[in-house]
Design a protein around this ligand. Structure first.
Ligand code: SF4
Ligand code: SF4
Length: 208
């Protein structure tokens, strides 16, 4: 026999069935007949704590820091936090993110910086929900929600677009493009806190 013949793996021997080896099937040693043993298991299980989850009739509640579907966040005036830097795409070990940056102009501003994410896609067929992308994001634009219901019946619908990933507009927010509403320069913009009761000037109807 050649020395190159692979040695049998230990698991091969373990999976050999009695029919293949000719040995009779193993029997459990008990003074009870077979049906009695089977009902014994049934009765013992009846009094154990039920662990069945009734999903989807009863929605599953995840841990607060569960890594689910991504969200692209907004500033309080509605402008996008994403600046199209592509750091999330470079950090992704599964090559699941595709970003194309675009330039903001005075006529069409989507984010308070020079650039914004013109095209943004996440391929959930590739994503392993590791969270490295949200660690890489310098503006906290990209975060992860607790939403885990991402199954679908075709591949195309699991490539999420920017429109699907953008956070919804909350009260006081305005859909981009629009000028920076929270301050005329970037320092003013980022330091202003529009929440009611804050010391900074709130976002008013006149400015909106
Ligand atoms: S969670 Fe991980 S795999 Fe998914 S897009 Fe982010 S970096 Fe890529
Ligand atoms: S989500 Fe964050 S890291 Fe990714 S392109 Fe936008 S700003 Fe850059």
């Amino acid at each position: 026999m050649s020395d190159n013949t692979p040695a049998p793996r230990s698991s091969d021997a373990e999976v050999a069935r009695p029919a293949e080896t000719g040995a009779p099937p193993a029997r459990r040693a008990s003074w009870l007949p077979g049906p009695g043993q089977g009902f014994g298991v049934t009765f013992a299980t009846m009094f154990k704590k039920v662990t069945t989850e009734e999903y989807p009739d009863v929605p599953k509640v995840t841990k607060p820091r569960y890594h689910g579907r991504h969200v692209l966040n907004r500033h309080p005036d509605g402008l996008e936090k994403c600046v199209g830097c592509e750091l999330c795409a470079w950090a992704c070990p599964a090559d699941a993110i595709y970003v194309e940056g675009g330039d903001n102009t005075d006529e069409a501003r989507f984010s308070p910086g020079e650039r914004y994410g013109a095209v943004y896609q996440i391929n959930y067929l590739r994503c392993i929900f590791c969270g490295l992308c949200i660690e890489a994001c310098p503006t906290r634009s990209l975060t992860m929600s607790n939403d885990f219901e991402l199954a679908d019946d075709n591949r195309q619908d699991l490539i999420f677009t920017k429109e699907q990933l953008m956070a919804p507009l909350l009260p006081g927010m305005e859909a981009p493009p629009h000028p920076m509403r929270l301050g005329d320069d970037e320092k003013d913009y980022y330091l202003r806190d529009p929440r009611p009761g804050s010391a900074a000037e709130p976002l008013t109807e006149e400015r909106a």
